[in-house]
Write a protein that binds this ligand. Sequence first.
Ligand SMILES: CC(C)(COP(=O)(O)OP(=O)(O)OC[C@H]1O[C@@H](n2cnc3c(N)ncnc32)[C@H](O)[C@@H]1OP(=O)(O)O)[C@@H](O)C(=O)NCCC(=O)NCCS
Length: 165
Amino acid sequence: MQEPNFFIHSSSFLEEKTNIGKGTAIWHFCHISEGVTIGENCIIGQNVFIGKNVKIGNGVKIQNNVCLFDGVEIKDDVFIGPSVVFTNILTPRAFINRKAEFLNTTVEKGASIGANCTVICGNTIGAYALIGAGSVITKSVNEFELWYGNPAKKKGMVNKLGEKI
Ligand SMILES: CC(C)(COP(=O)(O)OP(=O)(O)OC[C@H]1O[C@@H](n2cnc3c(N)ncnc32)[C@H](O)[C@@H]1OP(=O)(O)O)[C@@H](O)C(=O)NCCC(=O)NCCS
């Protein structure tokens, strides 16, 4: 059998029919579900859960304790800070099955999401946008915009390097 050209720590669980790119590292205690695609040269930190059929681009960094559920799409070069929470149901009830009502969330190329953010489903974070730590994103963010706070608001613009302009 051919050796995989990516790294996965022995404490992590990789389901069948996944597609993991060359040079990607998946660290401790991760669970990568069936049908997941992860691009090349990504870093998946400790205790990350990636749900069924989720697609992640190339060069993505996902820090510790992040769950990516069905309906989240992560494009190339995205940074997801530690303990970022993505939601997929707008009006959750334990006693109602709303799986058919999942709303999608897309994070476009080069965007960064700071530590401990919550992203309300149905929104898009534009290319190279920068989201400050601890923000609650309730609206879509355009490319190169800087947002933070709860609820997060547009506070300025950043360049490709993440510097305020
Ligand atoms: C948002 C960020 C990029 C800085 O933006 P900035 O506009 O340069 O912020 P400043 O430091 O000039 O602060 C401007 C004001 O916003 C506040 N502020 C800064 N970051 C904030 C945040 N994340 N949430 C709420 N308020 C914030 C500051 O307290 C300051 O308030 P004041 O004017 O009342 O004093 C930075 O604070 C941040 O959150 N970076 C992400 C860090 C991170 O999560 N890294 C992940 C890897 S560990």
